[in-house]
Design a protein around this ligand. Structure first.
Ligand code: NAD
Length: 474
């Protein structure tokens, strides 16, 4: 399969004529050729998006809403095919996109399609002498850069609010998982979304992604990816004074207090550690357990880990699929070697699986302190550490001991403590006695080096619009 860019409602080859390989993680085989786009392709897409902006931004809200809902319906109609493509492209088990990624992509589109129908704005009457009111206007061409972790879900998380608010967009999906973005382009045509409103330029981050970040006609960039890349995007965008939203990496803690429902805490921590092979930014990769239940927790957790089935992602019964790439497999495996060097004990897993593709066993590590690199750096694989703590203060200080602050999950039956600890944690999202329970209305984003800005609900609509105050003398 040879993919093309989607510019101005048409599929077109990259200006360079060059392509690179898309590798299927479960086999290591080439599954598609991806356009190696450069600044010329980005510029063509930005020109198409700029030309489409006046018409789209003036399209009545009800009509924009209808088109987004049509796109959502088409994704839903093609759910099975999209789930299979996502699994094939990223190595994730097919059951996950079937019940999570693709339904959530549908929900993103429906949510923002209907949110704009209920949008309102503020007025500030000034002492009977003036009336101030706020216009929130679309800004033009939105640059959207997304990762390979939840490809269609995170792409629609950006496309939906951007175009619902009246912007047009140029999206640069991850070069590692371009397949569902390509289908999204086809479905947007079928939905009747006008040419130029959604443009998709495939390619490498340092080339196509950077060209989008620095393009002078793109006033805002919504980026989701790693913290190191986020710093590059922020640096490149700064001289252009672009509005930038950065959703970055994490090293999220799970805190399990002695009064927690142990079975629930174990079962949910298994999910939060190993879902999508641990390749979700919100995965909990550091588990801290109150000392009195630590050994029991470890025993049950390791037992459950050992029961996980690793293998063919297209098999419904598989729990753990393949990692995204050979390079990522090396990185994850390197961190497990480092854990051994740092004095950790590997209680289960710890090695590559002997089969084609990029598989790594779900791995549980104990015996490491918070200052070890394994507890400080984002590994982003099926690797979790378990560490005992004594008391609430220590739990909070362990949890807050990294440069990240994306999410945290805490387990206790003590209501007061739950609220107290939630308030003390450095995290943009805190889950109490649950994990990954999402509500699209709530603010989402990270503290510290996990990001800048918030998306979700009206936060997204505000990001994708510019506030303008109008003052009328009475
Ligand atoms: P990445 O940073 O390597 O790439 C993300 C995107 O940025 C890709 O499309 C890539 O092509 C592009 N890119 C790379 N270099 C660029 C540059 N110089 N200029 C512009 N664009 C560039 O991240 P990844 O490996 O695809 O994803 C994994 C990372 O994403 C993890 O760190 C994970 O925690 C993070 N993530 C965060 C969230 C969140 O909501 N906070 C969600 C998912 C993933």
């Amino acid at each position: 399969m040879k993919l093309q860019n989607f510019i101005n409602g048409r599929f077109s080859p990259p200006a360079s004529g060059a392509y690179f390989d898309d590798i299927g993680p479960a086999t290591g085989d080439v599954i598609a050729e991806v356009p190696d786009s450069d600044a010329r392709d980005v510029d063509a897409a930005v020109r198409a998006a700029t030309a489409a902006f006046p018409g789209w931004s003036r399209t009545p809200v009800a009509q924009r809403s209808k088109l987004l809902i049509r796109l959502a319906d088409l994704i839903e109609k093609n759910l099975e095919e999209l789930a299979r493509l996502e699994s094939h492209d990223s190595g994730k088990t097919v059951s996950l996109p079937r019940r999570q990624d693709i339904p959530r992509a549908v929900a993103n589109l429906r949510f923002f399609a209907t949110a704009i129908l209920h949008d309102a704005t503020e007025a500030h009457p000034t002492d009977g002498v003036a009336l101030n009111y706020t216009l929130r206007q679309p800004m033009g061409v939105a640059g959207l850069i997304s990762p390979w972790t939840l490809p269609l879900y995170l792409l629609t998380w950006k496309v939906a609010p951007a175009i619902a608010a009246g912007n047009t967009c140029v999206a640069k999906p991850s070069e590692l998982t371009p397949l569902t973005a390509n289908r999204l382009a086809e479905l947007s045509l079928e939905a009747g979304i006008p040419a130029g409103v959604i443009n998709i330029v495939h390619g490498l981050g340092a080339k196509a992604g950077d060209a989008l970040t620095v393009h002078p006609k793109v006033p805002l960039i919504s980026f989701t990816g790693g913290t190191v890349t986020g710093a590059k995007v922020a640096t490149a965008a700064a001289p252009h004074f672009k509005k930038v939203s950065l959703e970055l990496g994490g090293k999220n803690p799970n805190l399990i207090f002695a009064d927690a429902d142990l079975t629930e805490a174990v079962n949910t921590s298994i999910r939060s550690s190993f879902s999508n092979q641990g390749e979700i930014c919100l995965c909990g990769s550091r588990i801290f357990v109150e000392r009195s239940i630590h050994d029991r927790f470890v025993e049950q957790f390791v037992e459950a880990t050992m029961k996980m089935r690793i293998g063919d992602p297209s098999d419904e019964s598989t729990d753990v699929g393949a990692l995204i790439s050979a390079a990522h497999l090396d990185k994850v495996s390197g961190y497990v070697d480092l854990a051994r060097e740092e004095g950790g004990s590997i209680l289960s897993g710890g090695k590559r699986v002997d089969r084609p593709g990029f598989f790594f066993e779900p791995t549980v590590i104990t015996g490491l302190g918070c200052d070890c690199r394994v507890l400080q750096e984002e590994i982003f694989g099926p690797v979790v550490t378990i560490t005992p703590f004594d008391g609430e203060d220590e739990a909070v200080s362990f949890a807050n001991s990294t440069r990240y602050g994306l999410s945290a999950s805490l387990w206790t039956r003590d209501l007061q403590r739950a609220h107290r600890v939630a308030s003390a944690l450095d995290a943009g999202t805190v889950w109490i006695n649950c994990w990954l329970l999402r509500d699209l209305r709530v603010p989402f984003g990270g503290m510290k080096e996990s990001g800048v800005g918030r998306e979700g609900g009206f936060e997204s609509l505000r990001f994708f619009t510019e506030a303008k105050n109008v003052c009328v003398k009475l």
